[in-house]
Design a protein around this ligand. Structure first.
Ligand code: ADP
Ligand code: MG
Length: 872
């Protein structure tokens, strides 16, 4: 068995079984085998009670002979022989003796840079990416290829790229540029001073140690964020340039200083979260939103140490004392620390130098550390080579406890929660707005429905009202018919019964009876006179004969008068009786007749009658003391007045004054009033008479009658009379000022359709006159009808079931609407709707067309209809 040596002398080499295989990554923290337990402590740093042990791995690399050596050592055998298959290095002591050392890897002079990287650095880089700290360090005599191994940029030959460049390539290829970060610092340690190679002015950087965790950092060093490989290459070049400049200034060389590249990697591990919580930690069962993301912080430190020969040569080859001390200090302190660690010594003098302080974590700490010791082949440097090899051998004994550096990223959790809250606030606001819109929409909808329901209700109410009126009229009609049939059938001479014609017949019969009674009275008076004469003759004979002669003559004259009167009256009675059978009455005629004819023959008879008796006589009877006489006379006059041809004559003969006097007389008799009003109504059909009626105060008389009368037929006559006057353009103002319109409207209280139709006719006549006047431009003020409050009644009855009333009112509305000055009141009074209805529903084309025209030509109506979105 060959005897092997290590730093402490020749020993039997026990093959040291690496705890972790070189080409294996450290076990993932989540592995159950690793027994990793996590607990949160401090500022979210994860603690691992069971760390993974990881021995410092050491590889040896032999530099090929350089040109000088080829010449100088030509006659000598190389002092180093490698057995890579056994991972052994033989250091020749002399031609027959050698020491054999075993390393974790043995890299021959022909080993490619790529292989060196993969063997020495790649496992460390992978650990760093997983959240561990890692160190790659080169140790060896100056000129043996430390910088060649670590720092070659490979600008000309990419295969020559050193560990730094390749490590960065691997790191950049494995991180997520969006969520992860890579920051570097590049420092030089020379004579116990740390200089910033990325910022040369920063030339005395201090080392800071976290008292809690013991972590070492150089916070004052420039930290540059690396986004691309080019960034990194530029920084390396910059650092190298600064290093050369600094060394020139200090009158030194790079082999006297230590170069330290620090790469800080921060990675978030969201992809692992679900696995972690399900496998290991049921207590941390949080929603995605509230679970803090985990970040892993790995730090890779690449150290290109000063030449190891300095340890031995310092002080002996002309170095300044200070420099020698410093070089010694750092390198020898490192050697001492490694010795202490290798021997499991209780005290490790980490604090003796800045280098050992900086590398505290790399040897005996939590980092995965890989050391490459470089040697040259030349036997001339055998001692140096041996010392280097022993350094490596001791380092191989150093056990580190790998610890993953994992933290909860509360900052990013906070940010994530803030974003979530902002989103929820925005969403809430949107929903609030949508809710308000919905409320508004529903309110409008509800209001629309309420108004629709109101309209429907009003219409239904109107219909119901109309139906009631119709029912009422129907029942009145039936009652009247019943009453008629129940009347004793005393009509004689085959007269036709009718509501007004029957009454006329009765009246004529009564007339005849009255005349008979008068005749009888005359006869009785005459008889009494004859008897008196006879008695006188018998009782007062001769003596008084002469005295009484004069009385006799008087009486005789009286008698003669009476006789003549009697004959006259008898003639009249005969005449009346003879005509009685021929007279009949009808209410269907448009005239307001008490006696109306059924043909020209009968009319002629009446004419003949008054010609016979004399109009003057009949009119004088109107003023008779006897109410009965007045009544009969007024009936005759009324019938005469129904005839156009008589109207003028009646008025000329003073009939109008007499009729008005009848209305004026305080002894109010409803029948006389009714007939007189009818007569006046007939006379009022003539335009000249209308003015006379007005002139003689007819309006106020008619108004008084309208106010006092109860009987619908009286009211019909009065309303008819006023309605006729309403049709006269010249009388409008006076008619209104004397209370005509008010009287007309007052009569609607009767509710009798006959009365209502006359009122409606009057209103229509009046409105027509007004529209005629306004179209001539003579009227600019509001309708007097509206002034006198007719509009509500007009609107109410615009859709009256009785077609005659409806027709008059429809016309009245159309006329009122002609004049724009009425439009506002019509809109507010609801007349617009009626006009719209008329324009749509009226059965008469002309009225429908008139309503349409009116609606479209009025600006007020048009705009109101537009507002209400009603199409015409
Ligand atoms: P150190 O940094 O250890 O002082 P260098 O890396 O500067 O040594 O190397 C010294 C010289 O040796 C350089 O010219 C370098 O190119 C060369 N060299 C070092 N190692 C190798 C190697 N493995 N293959 C070829 N040349 C090498
Ligand atoms: Mg170097």
């Amino acid at each position: 068995m060959a005897s092997f040596r290590n730093g402490r002398g020749t020993v039997k080499v026990e093959r040291v079984q690496p705890t972790v295989s070189a080409n294996l990554r450290p076990p993932a923290f989540k592995s159950k085998n690793s027994n990793v337990r996590r607990s949160s402590s401090g500022a979210g740093l994860k603690d691992f009670d069971d760390s993974v042990s990881g021995r410092v791995r050491v590889a040896v690399r032999l530099r090929p002979q350089n040109a000088e050596e080829m010449v100088a050592d030509a006659d000598f055998a190389d002092c180093v022989e490698l057995q890579p298959e056994f991972k052994r290095l033989k250091l020749r002591k002399n031609n027959w003796d050698s020491d054999t050392y075993e390393f974790d890897d043995v890299l021959t002079e022909s080993a490619s840079q790529k292989r060196v990287y993969e063997v020495v650095a790649k496992p460390v880089v992978e650990s760093v990416l997983d959240g561990y700290n890692g160190t790659v360090m080169a140790y060896g005599q100056t000129g043996t290829g430390k910088t060649f191994t670590l720092g070659r940029l490979g600008d000309e030959d990419t295969s020559a790229r050193g560990i730094m460049v390749r490590a960065m390539e691997d790191i950049l290829a494995n991180i997520c540029r969006d969520s992860d970060s890579v920051m570097i610092s590049y420092l030089q340690l020379y004579m116990e001073t740390i200089q910033d190679l990325l910022n040369p002015t920063n030339d005395n950087i201090s080392i800071v140690e976290d008292p809690k965790t013991g972590d070492v950092s150089v916070p004052a060093a420039t930290l540059v964020d690396i986004r691309s490989h080019q960034d990194f290459m530029e920084l390396l070049r910059l650092g190298e340039a600064h290093r050369v400049a600094a060394n020139t200034k200090l009158n030194t060389e790079s082999s006297r200083s230590h170069a330290i590249l620090m790469v800080h990697i921060k990675r978030s591990v969201t992809d692992m979260e679900s696995e972690i919580s399900s496998e290991n930690d049921h207590t941390l069962h949080m929603s995605n939103t509230s679970k803090p993301p985990i970040i892993r912080k790995g730090k890779l430190v690449v150290v290109d140490l000063a030449g190891s020969e300095r340890v031995h040569k310092s002080g002996s080859e002309g170095h300044t004392l200070e420099e020698a001390k410093s070089i010694n200090l750092s390198l020898s302190a490192l050697g001492k620390c490694i010795n202490a660690l290798a021997e499991n010594s209780a005290h490790v003098p980490v604090r003796d130098s800045k280098l050992t302080r900086l590398l505290k974590d790399s040897f005996g700490g939590t980092a995965r550390t890989s050391l490459i010791v470089t040697v040259g082949p030349s036997p001339r440097h055998r001692a140096e080579t041996a010392s280097t090899i022993l350094f490596g051998q001791r380092a191989m004994k150093v056990e580190n406890m790998l610890k993953i550096k994992e933290e909860f990223d509360y900052k990013s959790l906070c940010k994530r929660l803030e974003t979530r809250i902002d989103k929820l606030i925005a969403e809430n606001e949107r929903q609030q707005k949508a809710f308000e819109d919905e409320i508004e929409r529903t309110t409008i909808e509800a209001q629309k429905r309420v108004s629709e329901a109101e309209i429907n209700y009003t219409k239904a109410l109107e219909r119901e009202k109309m139906k009631c009126q119709m029912d009422y009229m129907e029942s009145i009609k039936k009652l009247e018919e019943k009453w008629m049939t129940n009347q004793p059938k005393h009509r004689t001479n085959g007269l036709v019964n009718g509501s007004h014609g029957g009454e006329g017949n009765n009246q004529v019969n009564e007339d005849a009876t009255e005349l008979k009674k008068m005749l009888q009275k005359e006869i009785t008076l005459r008889k009494r006179a004859e008897e008196e004469i006879h008695n006188l003759r018998n009782s007062q004979l001769l003596p008084i004969e002469a005295g009484v002669n004069a009385d006799i003559i008087k009486l005789q004259n009286l008698l003669d008068d009476e006789t003549r009167q009697k004959h006259k009256l008898e003639e009249e009675v005969l005449l009346l009786q003879s005509r009685l059978s021929q007279l009949t009455f009808s209410s269907s005629q448009p005239r307001y007749s008490q006696l109306d004819d059924q043909g020209n023959g009968e009319r002629t008879s009446i004419t003949n009658l008054h010609e016979h008796v004399g109009l003057q006589k009949i009119l004088s009877l109107l003023e008779s003391e006897d109410a009965n006489v007045r009544l009969h006379a007024v009936k005759v006059v009324a019938n005469l007045a129904a005839e156009d041809t008589n109207q003028e004559r009646i008025v000329e003969a003073g009939g109008l004054s007499s009729l008005l006097a009848l209305l004026r007389s305080r002894s109010f008799d409803e029948t006389i009033c009714r007939i007189a009003a009818g007569a006046i109504a007939n006379l009022a059909m003539n335009e000249a008479n209308q003015e006379l009626i007005m002139a003689q105060g007819g309006i106020s008389l008619l108004a008084v009658t309208a106010a006092d009368a109860e009987d619908p037929q009286t009211l019909r006559m009065v309303a008819g009379a006023i309605a006729n006057l309403c049709g006269n353009d010249k009388l409008q103002a006076r008619l209104r000022s004397e209370g005509g319109i008010k009287a007309l409207l007052g009569m609607v209280r009767s509710r009798h359709p006959d009365v209502l139709s006359q009122v409606a006719r009057g209103v229509a006549n009046f409105a027509k006159c007004e529209s005629r006047t306004s179209s001539k431009g003579n009227k600019n003020s509001r309708s007097l009808l509206i002034e006198d409050g007719a509009l509500p009644w007009i609107v109410q009855n615009a859709n009256n079931d009785a077609s005659i009333i409806r027709r008059h009112i429809e016309l009245a509305l159309c006329h009122l609407a002609q004049h724009e000055v009425n439009a506002k009141d019509m809109v507010s009074g609801g007349a617009l709707w009626e006009l719209v209805r008329i324009s749509r529903d009226c059965s008469r084309d002309d009225i429908r067309a008139l309503a349409c025209r009116t609606l479209t030509s009025s600006q007020i109506f048009s705009s109101e209809l537009r507002r209400l979105r009603v199409e015409i």
